[in-house]
Design a protein around this ligand. Structure first.
Ligand SMILES: Nc1nc2c(c(=O)[nH]1)N[C@H]1C(S)=C(S)[C@@H](COP(=O)(O)O)O[C@H]1N2
Ligand SMILES: [Mo]
Length: 273
């Protein structure tokens, strides 16, 4: 049996851009009537509990790993829709939701993980996990905000500043943007060079003061503190310096390329950085 993905579906599924822009949706509207906003196809709590059992649980088993993951996805999904907030007190709620546009993602360890840096640079190269761990680490604590509405307060991320890797590679003067690739084989992201050089943009190795687990995009994910969480590409495998910005996976499907929290996607959330 093929489980129905309940969140951010895989390529080709309801993946049409919303001509009005994602932010125009009334958040109170039943989400399942709005296929143009794939990230938001949730359901009120009653339906969500039922769907969670059939859908999110199955997704957890399929795309993530064990029961624990399925439980977390389920509880996080439930707490997002629960006006009382009581489910937020349940163990393992966490506030995070598991998202992957790929139905399965290979696991990478210190033995086989590589991050390549190439494109418009003088010194293209490749980093192992040990290489990245040996570089200066920066720890930042900000709220995480997903464009579908959920927010997780004060989450520590730690890793190497992207600007450090760019400086090490020697970015050429013709460069204007960065393209990010992921080892899930599907997801992509982008930043302008100016955004990428900000001190609150990390190639993150740790989250919540633990090594980044597979479900959160480990061993290495991008972390773009001031932007909606879709910018923070999980399972980061490639950094390519380009001339111009190329829209990423969700951006080709209607999300804003400049994803500042509170100043994009038609939303007015409190900034995160
Ligand atoms: N490779 C990859 N990165 C991704 C995504 C994805 O589907 N694949 N989803 C994005 C979105 S929309 C969000 S909200 C966050 C979710 O991160 P989490 O699964 O750690 O909660 O990852 C972002 N990075
Ligand atoms: Mo998101």
């Amino acid at each position: 049996m093929k489980p129905e993905p309940s969140e951010e579906p895989g390529p080709g599924r309801d993946a049409r851009p919303d001509p009005e822009g994602p932010g125009r949706t009334d958040p109170e509207r039943p989400r399942e009537t709005d296929p143009e906003r794939p990230e938001e196809r949730g359901a009120p709590i009653g339906r969500r509990v039922l769907l969670g059992t059939l859908g999110l649980g199955a997704l957890g088993v399929l795309a993530a790993s064990p029961l624990q993951r399925a439980l977390e996805s389920f509880l996080a999904g439930a707490s997002e829709k629960d006006p009382t907030g009581l489910t937020g007190l349940l163990p393992n709620g966490g506030g995070f939701r598991y998202y992957s546009v790929a139905s399965s993602v290979p696991h990478k360890t210190a033995a086989d993980y590589r991050l390549t840096v190439d494109g418009l640079v003088d010194r293209p190269g490749s980093y192992t996990l040990a290489d990245l761990r040996a570089l200066p680490q920066t720890r930042l604590v900000h709220d995480v905000q997903c464009v579908t509405g959920w927010r997780v307060p004060g989450t520590p991320f730690e890793g190497v500043r992207l600007s450090h890797l760019l400086d090490a590679a020697g970015v050429r003067s013709s460069a204007g943007a960065i393209r990010f690739k992921c080892f899930d084989g599907t997801y992509t992201e982008s930043l302008t060079l100016k955004q990428a050089r900000r001190s609150d943009v990390l190639v993150a190795l740790r989250m919540q003061d633990k090594p980044l687990g597979h479900d959160h995009g480990g061993p290495v994910r991008l972390y773009v503190a001031p932007m909606y969480f879709y910018k923070s590409a999980k399972w980061l495998s490639g950094i390519t310096v380009t001339e111009d910005v190329r829209p990423g996976y969700w951006e080709e499907r209607g999300y804003d390329v400049d994803a500042w929290v509170g100043r994009s996607n038609g939303r007015d959330d409190e900034p995160t950085s």
